[in-house]
Design a protein around this ligand. Structure first.
Ligand code: AMP
Length: 288
């Protein structure tokens, strides 16, 4: 396994791989890797085959964090990430620096961003107004650095995957996008690097996201004609309010592929929510 830091070196590495007939599989991450990330690596390997080149990027992208968010304290553990990647058969870790990714940004000399104007507006985009501009920009840049045939994203960040899919289509990236299922802890909590922030008391309250999704699924499946979105949201908001350290950011019920909110929630509708547990903001989603 190689660690590549420079963008030009990364581009040369994949150029050589492609010339020798290898397909390139890519998993972009912000590091502090867990089994959810590694399941994306396994998908990438499956797609490009034993002979393919699997690249994982580890980059905590500053442009997707608002100034008030957790950029500075985002968890990092490169040694552990390296071990996990080596054990999973990753070929290359791409580890770019801020100065290589955004040259001149600190002095106002970086000025090109990618803005998706439709799918990025609600939910995460409404709560974090510059988030998806940062995500689309960094993913476009990483695609240009790694030049993959296949890129794997997690369903855990459903809206992000939808925004990236739209960007790939709209900007003609010749890349196949794969969205892999959310990996969960035994009690249903979606695996996330941010779970590391939770105290013991917060950790047990954090299952309220999954409990809410399971309850919503049961309610909707018992009424195939649908449940009014407002009633469902009220029930889930109550469950969140019952946890002493939890504060609801949003709940949305929407069409899985268009992300358009639905008035009646039916089996097959999608539900997403964001909840602060103490200072930690967690998100989750599922098809009902
Ligand atoms: P992050 O490092 O949080 O930016 O995540 C990198 C990629 O891993 C994104 O495509 C996420 O959707 C995906 N991911 C994060 N958590 C999980 C999980 N629990 N299961 C599956 N994929 C995940």
């Amino acid at each position: 396994m190689k660690i590549v830091e420079k963008i030009t070196a990364m581009q040369q590495r994949v150029h050589r791989a492609r010339q020798s007939g290898q397909r390139i599989g890519f998993v972009p991450t912000m590091g502090y890797l867990h089994a959810g990330h590694m399941s994306l690596v396994a998908q990438a390997r499956r797609r490009v085959g034993d002979n393919g080149l699997v690249v994982v990027s580890i980059y905590v992208n500053p442009t997707q964090f608002a100034p008030t968010e957790d950029l500075a304290k985002y968890p990092r553990n490169l040694e552990r990430d390296r071990r996990l990647c080596r054990a999973a058969g990753v070929d290359v870790i791409f580890l770019p620096s801020d100065s290589d990714m955004y040259p001149g940004r600190a002095v106002g000399q970086y000025s090109t961003y990618v803005v998706e104007e439709c799918l990025s507006q609600g939910m995460e985009g409404a709560s974090r107004t510059t988030h998806f501009r940062g995500v689309a920009t960094v993913v476009a840049k990483l695609f240009n650095c790694v030049l993959p045939d296949v890129a794997v994203f997690g369903a855990k960040d459903w809206q992000q995957a939808a925004v990236v899919r739209r960007m790939v289509a709209d900007l003609n990236f010749p890349i196949e996008l794969v969205v892999a299922p959310t990996l969960r802890e035994a009690d249903g909590l979606a695996m996330s690097s941010r779970n590391a922030y939770l105290s013991t008391a917060e950790r047990s309250q954090a299952t309220v996201l999954w409990r809410g999704l399971v309850e919503a699924r049961a309610l909707v499946r018992a009424r195939p004609k649908g449940v009014p979105a407002g009633s469902l949201k009220k029930i889930l908001a109550k469950r969140v309010a019952a946890e002493p350290d939890a504060r609801l950011d949003y709940i949305e019920c929407f069409d899985t592929s268009t992300l358009v909110p639905v008035g009646r929630v039916r089996p097959g509708s999608h539900l997403a929510l964001a909840v602060y547990i103490g200072k930690t903001r967690l998100i989750d989603n599922a098809v009902l």
